[in-house]
Design a protein around this ligand. Structure first.
Ligand SMILES: C[S@@+](CC[C@H](N)C(=O)[O-])C[C@H]1O[C@@H](n2cnc3c(N)ncnc32)[C@H](O)[C@@H]1O
Length: 490
């Protein structure tokens, strides 16, 4: 199963004009000079003659080029809120009234498409004109290109994203576009809507716990570099001036940049290659970007469904749990206990009883029984085997293909993602195969319990025997006592 794409949550992203082939792909160069003039005229702080960066053509499409040597952490772009396109921009526009109640990204998408259709009549046209017509995000791939990621989780999330956008388009068309043709004189198609979604997904900044979304002209020309591995954000939103009345978007360079070089940031160190491919249309050659998401579920038909849900919920999990596993990294700490809970049954079922509710998670963190541990190995290995059989190439074949020169960018992304997913699956399968081979030597709940009761110690089974003898004596006494008349107890 695939983790549902967190679609409404948009991060800073960038769209990609197709990188190495960017210039060749575009019918004309975007009018960058005009955009820069527009930006300066509207009073953006970075527009002074001492601007640290200017927009320029770079291998990634457009980017921010240093105009002088810039020390680490220096602010390179500041953009006041009046230049952003966000929900407030939409509210203040002619379509604001119609968009009340829409999802923020849907209303911004409609705004973008309407302004784009207005052409030079739109005050935003110098910005809209530099937006790329497409990116390398998998949402823009042809069916033939998508066939290269057959079997991958990326294909599922891509199709899920496209279906989601289509369903939002159908709603927006019926409720907003068609009933207000005077405000949307030019037809808006579902492809236009997908373009707007792609722009937001790749270049909008989300802030305020992801509830607000803004396109920030100029700042959104910042590209990503794999060599920047800072976890801290390179941008912030703050108040400007003594009374901080106007919000300002402020972007810093995380590293020293020489004059003439491009300023880069790290978009998101936690994203997998599949996330990067879907959001921005590029991937990285770092093993920890290779990931696979396991979806585990407590089945409704499970005899202990209610108890198991209760246990999962008391430990911050749910009926369904998603575990992202990265290449070369250990399993997420909650995965094994959850897995043991999912398959728990048979003679181990007593553990779900309410008397164990406060302690069960501790028991699940360790092997419960041979049968339980064997079951988790079987389930995971079977899942790996079935997932691996869905790819149409092997790891070896992909590695050979990667050696080829002049690979099409989208093909390179495909190979990298499917190769990465398979390697993670292989790694998980290897780990659980090893676990299977240790089933006879693992320590299980009953054994740990006997130890806790002091029934297994230095003398081991001898001690148990002694204690059993003592309890046997006690039993015999009790049996004999039952045969005695009641008065003999008085
Ligand atoms: C926020 S925009 C940056 C500006 C963009 N380059 C442009 O021309 O408008 C993000 C997009 O830039 C491109 N991009 C950014 N960093 C990249 C990288 N390291 N490799 C390839 N493409 C990159 C991708 O197309 C991505 O979707």
């Amino acid at each position: 199963k695939c983790k549902p794409s967190p679609l409404p949550v948009l991060n800073i992203g960038c769209s990609s004009r197709r990188i190495s082939t960017a210039a060749a792909q575009r019918a004309f160069d975007p009018p960058v000079d005009e955009f820069w003039r527009w930006h300066c005229e509207r009073g953006a702080v970075a527009a002074s003659s001492a601007a640290a960066v200017k927009p320029g053509f770079v291998p990634e499409g457009l980017g921010l080029v240093a105009q002088r040597d810039i020390p680490r952490n220096e602010v390179v772009v500041e953009v006041p809120k009046r230049l952003w396109i966000d929900s407030d921009t939409v509210v203040a526009s002619e379509i604001g009234r119609l968009c009340a109640g829409l999802k923020p990204w849907v209303s911004i998408a409609l705004f973008l498409l309407r302004e784009r259709a207005l052409g030079t009549a739109s005050p935003w046209h110098p910005y809209l004109d530099i937006l790329p017509p497409t990116t390398n995000s998998t949402i823009f791939w042809t069916e033939e290109e998508l066939s290269e990621i057959e079997g991958t989780q990326l294909l599922n999330t891509t199709m899920g994203a496209k279906e989601y956008v289509e369903s939002e388009f159908v709603k927006a068309e019926a409720e907003v576009i068609l009933p207000n043709k005077h405000l949307f004189p030019l037809a808006i198609t579902s492809l236009d809507f997908l373009w707007a979604f792609g722009m937001l997904r790749s270049r909008a900044f989300s802030y305020g716990r992801g509830e607000n979304l803004a396109l920030v002209p100029l700042a959104d020309l910042i590209n990503h570099s794999s060599s920047i591995i800072h976890k801290d954000s390179s941008w912030e939103i703050k108040g400007k001036g003594i009374f901080s009345r106007e919000l300002i978007f402020s972007l810093r360079t995380p590293v020293y940049v020489k004059s003439g070089e491009q300023v880069y940031i790290q978009y998101d160190i936690a994203k997998s290659n599949a996330d990067l491919a879907l959001d921005y249309g590029f991937v990285e050659q770092r093993p920890d970007r290779d990931a696979y998401t396991f979806t585990l579920e407590i089945s409704e038909s499970d005899t202990f469904y209610g108890d198991k849900i209760d246990i999962a919920e008391s430990n911050g999990l749910d009926e369904t749990a998603y575990f992202d596993i990265a290449l070369g990294c250990p399993l997420p700490p909650l995965m094994l206990p959850y897995l043991r809970l999912v398959v728990l049954g048979g003679t181990d079922a007593f553990l779900v009883e309410s008397v164990f509710r406060n302690t069960i998670w501790g028991h699940l963190e360790l092997s419960v029984s041979r049968a339980n541990e064997e079951a988790i190995c079987r389930v995971i290995r079977q899942a790996c085997k079935s997932a691996l059989s869905a790819y149409h190439t092997t790891i070896e074949e992909d590695e050979k293909l990667m050696e080829g020169d002049n690979l099409d960018e989208r093909l390179r992304i495909s190979i990298c993602v499917r190769d990465g997913e398979k390697k993670v699956l292989q790694q998980i399968d290897d780990a659980f195969r090893e676990r299977e081979s240790e089933l006879d030597i693992l320590e299980y709940y009953q054994e740990r319990k006997l130890k806790d009761l002091g029934l297994v110690g230095e003398q081991g089974s001898m001690e148990i025997l002694l204690k059993m003898c003592k309890s046997q004596k006690l039993l015999n006494c009790m049996r004999n006592a039952r045969r005695l008349p009641a008065e003999s107890f008085i």
